[in-house]
Design a binder for this molecule. Structure first.
Ligand code: AGP
Length: 611
């Protein structure tokens, strides 16, 4: 998604903006731009270019040719108007006095554009953002904040805005609604960013803007206002992770770095949550009686987070005997879900900004449910609108394809299932203790699987030229297959699909022919023999079968499958957390061999903040 950086201080702004934008590149974009107030010329100097940030940086010699100490920068992921120089941000008003950068969508931009056009306002771009710039100028009579306030009463949709006016060059204005915006505090300077990584080199003191809030940034500090334009004070928090945590750390790709970080991420996620033989969630506000009174649990998410929910369903139902439904967030709000005060809605999101998921959260709240969210990004919108948040503590995840966030989300929902079962009395002390031991073993066992990554690289070299792949599995192996398939698709562009093994014979098996690659997942012991029969089924139709199973089933599977990858035998609750690692590595190595842009796959963004 788009990235925003703003700076006002005493140093040259352009280099700071470019450096900040470079830290946001991972979010996915197709053009970039900066607007800097040039004091000497008393004008806004605007430079923007389609393509990678380097194109823009080369144009302005790294910022050296753009003088000024206050400015805005933006990386754009096109929504309204194709990627082009003219559609890039910042967008400026007709006089060139007002520059705006924007993340999100102005849903009523067409009617506002028609109104302004009738007033004789000329438009140069196809963007919804230009409408904001033109509208601010339309209302501007010398008081910029007042003009912005009048615009906010007229625009609808999701927006994080940065605004700079050459008539008021000693301030930047920030506005937030449904799209994240962070304020940074420095000595004699202030910062604005859509993601804290953009400003972490300059300050660790930040505030997270809430929906409806505005901020006026100056060299002497930041004044915030609520939606009624009343001054408010914001909590300033200290960001405690290192800049290099958002760097590659010597790895070729962020994705590989984050795959390799999983043992440590799991330790950070799990160990503070197991104390004195009990699952422990700090500041957990959901009362035991509320859990006992639940008539349903809904899990709502998108993409890989939805796949976490699919595994969570099996484990929550198996352990708690409470009915669990899993819904795609983009479907949830339109399916008239049966949700009430005795429904717990678990919302899962790495970024905490996915608009589909946020919209589902608000719908669930409207229907009276409590929201428990499992989120990686601290202070994100979804986290702030939930009744209870469980943070994964996976650290910043930069690669578009999620890995360590998926694994820690999975660990959290399994811990939650265990805690609920303990409260409900649906698990024996022995089974509870065995599961906790499984959690303690998990990080080391992931490390063990990672130590055999060369085997996976070998199999990837055998299969990277396939153009159609099936992941088949039963129960949690089916849910695992969904994630394995998505990983492969999104970074290698190979078409693949995950299929419930038992369902294959009801039609889709017609697609299995000589040489079709089938990745057969059979880690879940109770259904191993069933899984074996499905391997025989596809083998007899000519498939090449790469099987994933546990060490104890290696020999038996090896008698039928063409190749076998195994994971250590571990408590069944941990199997998907362990089984996903070879699938992540397989997707990574295949994409590497196909020369794909692994960290920034085509058409994708790290956080999808549009519906
Ligand atoms: C996962 O590899 C994808 N990048 C994508 O499916 C992602 O999981 C989905 O967009 C949800 O994102 P979230 O977890 O940040 O809400």
């Amino acid at each position: 998604m788009c990235g925003i950086v703003g700076y006002i201080g005493r140093e040259q702004a352009a280099p700071i903006l470019l450096e900040g934008l470079s830290r946001l590149e991972y979010r996915g974009y197709d053009s970039a731009g900066v607007a800097v107030y040039d004091q000497g010329a008393d004008t806004l100097s605007v430079h923007k270019a389609k393509g990678r940030l380097k194109v823009l940086s080369d144009q302005i010699e790294g910022g050296a040719t753009v003088p000024g100490t206050v400015g805005l920068g933006h990386t754009r992921w096109a929504t309204h108007g194709a990627p082009s120089d003219v559609n890039s941000h910042p967008q400026v008003s007709r006089s060139g006095k007002i520059a705006v950068v924007h993340n999100g969508i102005i849903e009523n931009y067409a009617e506002l554009k028609a109104f302004l056009s009738e007033q004789g306002v000329p438009f140069t771009s196809e963007t919804d953002t230009e409408v904001v710039a033109q509208l601010i100028e339309y209302f501007y009579e010398g008081d910029l904040l007042d003009a912005v306030g009048r615009v906010l009463r007229r625009i609808e949709g999701a927006y994080a805005l940065g605004i700079l006016c050459s008539d008021a060059p000693d301030q930047l204005i920030a506005v937030r609604k449904d799209s994240p915006l962070i304020l940074g505090y420095g000595e004699g300077c202030s910062f604005l960013a859509s993601d804290v990584t953009a400003i972490l080199r300059h300050t660790r003191q930040v505030s997270y803007m809430e929906d409806g809030e505005l901020a006026v940034l100056t060299r002497d500090g930041i004044q915030c206002y609520n939606h009624l334009m009343q001054p408010i004070s914001k909590e300033i928090v200290q960001v405690d992770w290192e800049v290099d945590a958002a760097e590659k750390g010597g790895y070729e790709h962020f994705m590989f770095k984050e795959i390799m970080e999983q043992p440590e991420a799991l330790r950070r996620c799990i160990s503070p949550r197991i104390r004195d033989g009990e699952v422990y969630f700090e500041n957990f506000s959901l009362e035991d009686d509320y859990i006992r009174g639940l008539d349903k649990i809904y899990i709502v998410a998108c993409g890989s987070s939805y796949h976490v929910g699919m595994v969570g369903k099996y484990h929550l139902e198996r352990l708690t005997r409470k009915p669990v439904e899993v819904a795609l967030a983009s479907e949830f709000r339109y399916m008239e879900p049966i949700v009430g005060p005795n429904t717990l809605v678990i919302v899962i999101s790495q970024s905490g900004e996915t608009l589909d998921t946020m919209a589902a959260l608000r719908e669930a709240h409207r229907l009276g449910a409590k929201i428990l969210s499992i989120v990686n990004v601290v202070g994100s919108s979804i986290a702030r609108e939930s009744d209870q948040v469980l943070y994964t503590w996976a650290g910043p995840e930069i690669a578009v394809a999620t890995t360590k966030a998926y694994s820690t989300q999975l660990a959290l929902i399994n811990l939650l299932a265990l805690r609920f079962a303990r409260i409900l009395g649906t698990i024996t002390p022995e089974a509870y203790g065995a599961a906790l031991e499984g959690f303690r073993q998990l990080p080391d066992m992931v490390e063990q699987v990672l130590s055999h990554r060369d085997d996976i690289q070998y199999f990837a070299s055998q299969y990277f030229n396939h153009n159609s792949v099936f992941f088949i599995g039963r129960n949690v192996d089916y849910a695992l297959g969904l994630e394995g398939s998505l990983k492969l698709k999104e970074i290698s562009y190979i078409h693949s699909e995950a299929y419930a093994s038992g369902e294959l014979k009801h039609g889709t098996i017609s697609l299995i022919e000589e040489g079709t690659l089938v990745i057969a997942l059979s880690t879940y012991g109770p259904l191993f023999q069933k899984a074996m029969s499905n391997v025989v089924e596809v083998k007899s139709r000519g498939a090449d079968v790469l099987a994933l199973t546990t060490d104890s089933h290696r020999e038996e599977m090896g008698r039928t499958a063409d190749a076998v990858v195994t994971i250590p035998d571990i408590h069944e609750l941990m199997l998907p957390s362990l089984g996903v690692v070879p699938l992540q590595l397989f997707a990574y190595y295949v994409a590497l061999m196909r020369g794909c842009d692994i960290d920034k796959p085509r058409n994708l963004a790290k956080s999808v903040t549009v519906e």
